[in-house]
Design a binder for this molecule. Structure first.
Ligand code: ADP
Ligand code: MG
Length: 679
């Protein structure tokens, strides 16, 4: 039962099933004192009545508790029959919960409730743990407080040596941390609030520190022991392109990142670098220059994009940039025809094709390179870690890997999610970009919004109108899109206007044709779902209209907005909503209207949604802490990171005597520490 419901298999699991609060049964409030400002309260009293009221969805159990000062209503909408059975009119109960008012009288919905023996009160203050549990377990009598009894019994038999210290003495000392055994004890059964806080701090730091040590070990091992390809020279290809064919001067940030990569690839260790840069910051050209560097040293290079549209766009862009260079480049996607594909595969294998651009078709087994030296993964969040690993296997010495993302990741998240990668940021936009004006409009303004698009189109510009399609297969969303398309068509009749439509249900070649017609300016309006969210580059587009903005997350909105403002003309982003957007939607819109800064938006997004949702590919493991939160414990995370670096700088292989407990502990955590890989 414990196993299935709470994943508790061992003593250790029970130990790490932490209480989410403690109650001090001697501290009781009075019902009379409950005011609209009260948030939570604990009261004890007699259950004077209970009855089941209402029907269907309104069906509820209502109890009345009297504590001598007033009456408190207790309300249950769920588990009515079970709660009804366990409660007894006339008995004494201890009740805790969030208070509210209904028709002027105080009430608690779904309170925590247990029988109460008044004799217990007035004794010494005792902080009793309350554990998260499930309705099923409660029904079997294993409520949050019963779990506490189990844990208490566990501490009767656990000795200090059963929970040995795993942090180095230096760390304990400089951070003044409580010992491990003591911390576990105090976090479950604190003697007082202060000791609880100290225990909590210790255990959170332990979690964060161990995670940082693991990530840093992987990184430092790679730095020291990985065999990487050496790009010993910057040759003719790079230099000629840089001097004669680069269409603009690089920004300072682009130059800095190039230097970082140059230095990574010159020293014989494998590079694994995450490159972050806001939309439009110019990551592609940096990638291309790196690919030329590889070619200068006799190696092949590839660039992988998450969608056909993007792969196509990169291919066309790169081909154009390289048109006067002696470097052939080919495109490989799922829709490359068989004959062409076979030719490409043969040229990759005999080494006569230096550059390949494509979708994940690139990592299929049939694709063999003669000597792949540099791999670029664009817009990485659509790629899983496993897919990236397959790239490495394309060569005996793993190629250098540059992972590029336009979804800015807040520093704290990057530190934990990507702590094993090296990290570069392009934090400067190319000169001359005009900030995009963002505005919120309601449904009833639609006609005005369409008129605005007409004005822009009359100036020769283009516009996107984006519909939500969270699940490409959802029929309803699809119908919405079709309906929306018909609406747009009514505003923009042919032959004066032409419209492209792109969505996930189209065949790749249809998608591509529609996209190309928009890119080349044959169509002025692009009606699309979020398939164009990342990367698409049409500098002449100046209006981005987002339909049903409520349905989009912040980062997604920022990505969408990044599709405009890519040329020299003033651009606009219009966020359409229904009459009554939710509070969260309003918050997102407010942020979007207030800033164009992707990093600020990412921070907010993290705050609003939590880390799990943002980073789909890596949310397991590194981000799932039991106690620590990368949102609330930013400072602890920073401290843990510094400590981990200090320990590993002094003793990179953890061989010193004082680091043995740490090493042993990491080794005992199979699955979490990839020790086999790193030692
Ligand atoms: P992203 O980082 O979003 O992938 P891109 O690489 O697509 O951005 O670049 C966006 C646009 O900016 C492209 O049209 C590109 O040619 C242009 N660009 C890149 N770097 C510079 C620069 N240093 N100066 C001027 N324009 C640049
Ligand atoms: Mg890009």
């Amino acid at each position: 039962m414990l196993k299935k419901e709470l994943n508790i298999f061992t003593f250790n699991d029970l130990l790490e099933h932490f209480p989410y609060r403690h109650v001090d049964k001697t501290k009781l409030g009075l019902i009379r004192d409950i005011s609209p400002q009260t948030e939570f309260i604990q009261v004890a009293g007699k259950l004077v009545s209970k009855e089941i009221a209402g029907e269907k969805r309104g069906r509820r159990l209502v109890g009345k508790l009297y504590d001598g000062s007033g009456l408190l209503e207790l309300v249950w909408f769920q588990g009515i029959n079970w709660v009804d059975k366990t409660l007894e009119t006339g008995a004494d109960y201890l009740v805790y919960g969030r208070t509210g008012f209904f028709n002027g009288s105080p009430q608690i919905t779904h309170p925590e409730i247990e029988s109460y023996t008044p004799a217990k009160a007035g004794g010494s203050s005792f902080l009793e743990p309350v554990y998260p549990t499930t309705e099923k377990l409660k029904a079997k009598g294993l409520g949050g407080r019963q779990l506490g009894k189990l844990t208490l019994q566990l501490f009767d038999i656990l000795k200090e040596r059963d929970l040995p210290e795993n942090l180095p003495p230096g760390v304990l000392q400089s951070l003044q941390l409580m010992g491990r055994y003591e911390a576990f004890r105090q976090v479950h059964f604190p003697a007082n609030a202060e000791l609880y806080e100290k225990a909590l701090r210790r255990l959170k730091l332990e979690e964060l520190f161990l995670a940082q040590v693991r990530l840093n070990l992987i990184k430092s091992r790679r730095h020291r022991f990985s065999k990487g390809i050496v790009f010993s020279q910057v040759g003719d290809l790079f230099n000629t392109f840089y001097k004669s064919h680069l269409p603009f001067a690089l920004t300072g940030a682009q130059k800095r990142v190039l230097r970082e990569i140059r230095s990574d690839t010159a020293h014989g260790r494998q590079m694994n670098r995450l490159l972050q840069g806001d939309v439009g910051s110019g990551k592609t050209i940096v990638a291309l220059l790196c690919m030329l560097l590889a070619a200068d040293n006799g190696y092949q290079a590839c660039m992988m994009a998450p969608t056909e549209i993007l792969a196509n766009q990169h291919f066309n862009g790169v081909k154009e940039l390289l048109k006067d260079m002696p470097v052939p480049v080919e495109l490989l996607t799922g829709s490359t025809k068989k004959a062409a594909r076979n030719k490409i595969l043969a040229r990759l294998e005999d080494g006569s094709l230096p550059f390949l651009i494509g979708t994940h078709a690139i990592i299929e087994d049939a694709v063999k390179f003669k000597n792949l030296g540099f791999a670029v993964v664009d817009e990485q969040h659509r790629f899983g870690v496993a897919q990236r690993a397959r790239l490495w296997q394309k060569a005996t010495t793993p190629p250098h890997v540059l992972v590029m993302t336009a979804t800015p990741i807040p520093r704290t998240l990057a530190m934990t999610a990507y702590g094993d990668l090296d990290y570069s940021v392009i934090d400067e936009l190319p000169p001359g970009r005009k900030p995009i004006t963002t505005a919120h409009r309601f449904e009833y303004d639609r006609a005005k919004v369409m008129d605005f698009i007409k004005e822009e189109v009359a100036k020769g510009r283009q516009a996107y109108i984006i519909f939500p399609l969270i699940e490409e297969s959802e029929k309803l969303d699809y119908e919405n899109l079709m309906q929306g398309y018909e609406n747009v068509k009514a505003f923009f009749p042919e032959p004066r206007y032409y419209i492209s439509m792109v969505h996930g249900r189209q065949k790749p070649d249809v998608k591509d044709t529609n996209m190309q017609r928009f890119v080349s300016g044959d169509t002025q309006i692009m009606v699309s779902t979020t398939v164009i969210e990342v990367g698409v580059n049409v500098p002449n587009a100046t209006v981005m209209v987002v339909e049903s903005t409520e349905k989009f997350g912040l980062s997604q909105l920022h990505q969408l907005r990044g599709r405009v403002g890519r040329g020299s003309d003033k651009s606009f982003c219009i966020l359409l909503t229904g009459m009554k957007p939710t509070r969260e939607a309003k918050e997102r819109i407010k942020i979007m209207c207030a800033t164009n800064d992707g990093f600020k938006i990412a921070e907010k997004d993290l705050e609003l949604r939590g880390p799990g949702d943002i980073e789909g590919t890596r949310q397991s493991g590194e981000l799932n802490f039991k106690l620590a939160s990368i949102l609330q414990d930013k400072q602890l995370l920073q401290v843990a990171r510094e400590m981990a670096e200090r320990v590993l700088d002094a003793d990179p292989d953890l061989v010193s005597a004082e680091n043995q407990p740490l090493k042993a502990y990491l080794q005992s955590q199979k699955g979490k520490t990839a020790w086999s890989k790193i030692s």
